[in-house]
Design a protein around this ligand. Structure first.
Ligand code: SAM
Length: 280
């Protein structure tokens, strides 16, 4: 399948494919860097190991993996969006991580994972988007080498809130949840990881990890607003909101963010699970 076909087939993804969305993903990756590092510390990743980052996006986790495995290791990113992956690898090579490569690949297409097996198969914020999440997870588990690890981190967005509640934040949250739901996403997938590992044939995870973030609404608003803007085309297409209602919500959200900037805002939970594959 060509890269263009890969992207065309992958049309249920609710987030955008714009430079702004790529920058949002980079900023989001920086927020979760410590949480991902902690999970990678749990499984241990030796120098020289081979890794897959499934749904690698802007490549920020690939950078972390490259630092851990060193120049003798191998880090392959796959993503249905060839544009984001190509940019990621150019950036990684530019900063000296020549052991990184990218392959455009739709993980729902039923084809084998390229380059398998790997010592580490990692996926963050991927299963969330995929209605075929059990089948994809089974395929990722198949791509783990004997003695290697499968590591997944994903959101449960039930926690998103400002304290005390604000109607504008509630409406932004409603639109986000319903737009993702209409596109086949599971916005609580993080909490379901143990169940999904079992359904995918990997068994009960060896460990789990829950990370969160709280910050003043005055700064945290950027996260909520950027996700809202990113899912808005999908929300409009599925009738979750209208142009006028979305504009009114954003105006109210803006006023609230200025007025209640010091209220604590809770982000989604980032939940991790990992499993070591036994030696054959
Ligand atoms: C929210 S981003 C997360 C990116 C990265 N894993 C991170 O945590 O920074 C989800 C990524 O999964 C990719 N993706 C979505 N559906 C996919 C599929 N069917 N096959 C491969 N990649 C997919 C998207 O293109 C996007 O880059």
């Amino acid at each position: 399948m060509s890269a263009t076909e890969t992207v065309r087939r992958h049309n249920s993804y609710a987030l955008g494919r714009s430079p702004q969305e790529y920058e949002r993903l980079r900023a989001q990756a920086r927020v979760w860097e410590a949480a991902t590092g902690r999970v990678l510390d749990q499984v241990g990743l030796p120098q020289g190991a081979s890794c897959l980052d499934a749904g690698c996006g802007p490549g920020e986790t690939m950078r972390m993996l490259a630092r851990r495995v060193g120049p003798g290791g191998r880090v392959l990113g796959v993503d249905a969006d060839s544009s984001i992956g190509t940019q990621a690898v150019a950036m990684l090579h530019g900063s000296g991580h020549r052991q990184c490569a990218f392959h455009p690949h739709d993980l729902t297409a039923g084809e084998p994972v390229p380059g398998a097996p790997f010592d580490l198969v990692y996926a963050r914020l991927l299963l969330f988007h995929l209605p075929q999440r059990v089948a994809v997870l089974a395929r990722l588990w198949d791509a783990v080498a004997p003695g290697g690890h499968l590591v997944v981190q994903d959101y449960d967005i039930r926690s998103i809130s400002v304290l005390p509640d604000l109607a504008s934040v509630g409406e932004v949250g409603r639109v986000i949840i319903e737009a993702f739901g209409a596109a086949g996403a599971d916005v609580y997938v993080g909490a379901r990881l143990s169940q999904l590992f079992a359904q995918a044939g990997a068994g009960t995870p060896d460990g789990t990890d829950v990370s969160g973030r709280v910050e003043p609404f005055g700064t945290g608003r950027v996260f909520l607003e950027s996700v809202f803007r990113s899912v808005l085309p999908a929300a409009l297409a599925h009738g979750v909101t209208t142009e006028d209602a979305a504009a009114a919500t954003l105006a109210e959200f803006d006023r609230d963010a200025a007025r209640f900037a010091d209220r604590p805002m809770l982000w989604p939970l980032m939940i991790g699970a990992w499993k070591r594959k036994g030696q054959a």
